[in-house]
Design a protein around this ligand. Structure first.
Ligand code: CTP
Ligand code: CA
Length: 222
């Protein structure tokens, strides 16, 4: 089977994976978040370990248990995630950015619970977060960097433009409008996009897709 075929392909390699959604605090009780379950990133971390890699998983808040023998670094905000990945990337061979990183964060995070009656909650000023995938790609050298693109429409067009704009080696394009491929589901139909073109993979469980993605990433590494 697939797991056996892939065994040892990442022996001696150090893989860093981002997973889950980030939470951007508005005040101590409110935040801006998203619907990411973290399942895909966790499946990739687990598969990377099964393939022989040393694995660091930088994870936003999820309900998932840490995969066996994976070193998890728990983060909350996009800025926390950036700092953890930036530090972990130095010793890495392969980086897979599967996290749903918040694109914007509140400019001010109140230190007390805002009161709706007399504090402005109808208008929260936001600032764009740093792009982890693009920043690591810009200094990747020989390392392989893989990003994800979750889209509801124009999948290949949008995902292909992300390959170029982020400067990574590959993009895993995921059509999240499909009923069998939505946030939180266990199966996915993804398309692997590199400079060589787009290859649609069959619909399969996330943990099998994880092996497929890492097998392809390992081929790019050589
Ligand atoms: N990503 C990242 N840091 C960010 C935003 C995104 O590392 N601040 C990464 C994600 O982990 C993913 C890839 O970039 O691997 C694409 O994320 P996506 O949200 O699809 O793309 P964006 O560039 O943020 O564009 P948009 O959300 O508008 O589609
Ligand atoms: Ca985004």
């Amino acid at each position: 089977n697939l797991a056996q075929e892939c065994a040892g392909l990442l022996q001696g390699k150090h893989v860093v994976v981002t997973a889950g959604g980030t939470q951007e605090a508005i005040d101590p009780v409110r935040y801006i978040g998203n619907r990411s379950s973290g399942k895909f990133g966790y499946a990739i971390a687990s598969a990377a370990h099964a393939m022989g890699a040393r694995v660091v998983l930088v994870s936003g808040p999820t309900n998932l248990p840490c995969p066996d023998s994976v070193h998890r670094i728990d983060v909350v905000s996009a800025d926390d995630m950036f700092q953890a990945v930036d530090a972990a990337f130095d010793g890495a061979d392969i980086l897979v950015c599967a996290a749903a990183v918040a694109d914007y964060t509140p400019v001010r995070k109140a230190d007390h619970k805002l009161k709706k009656a007399n504090e402005r909650l109808d208008c929260i000023e936001l600032v764009e977060t740093r792009d982890i995938l693009a920043s690591m790609s810009a200094r990747k050298g020989d390392r392989v960097v893989v990003g994800f693109a979750a889209e509801t429409d124009n999948l290949i067009e949008y995902a292909s433009s992300k390959l170029a704009s982020k400067g990574c080696d590959a993009i895993v394009a995921n059509d999240v409008s499909r009923s069998d491929s939505t946030f939180g589901s266990d199966t996915d139909k993804v398309t692997w996009i590199t400079a060589d073109g787009a290859e649609e993979l069959p619909c399969m469980p996330k943990n099998e897709a994880a092996f497929e993605i890492l097998r392809r990433a390992a081929l790019l590494y050589r």
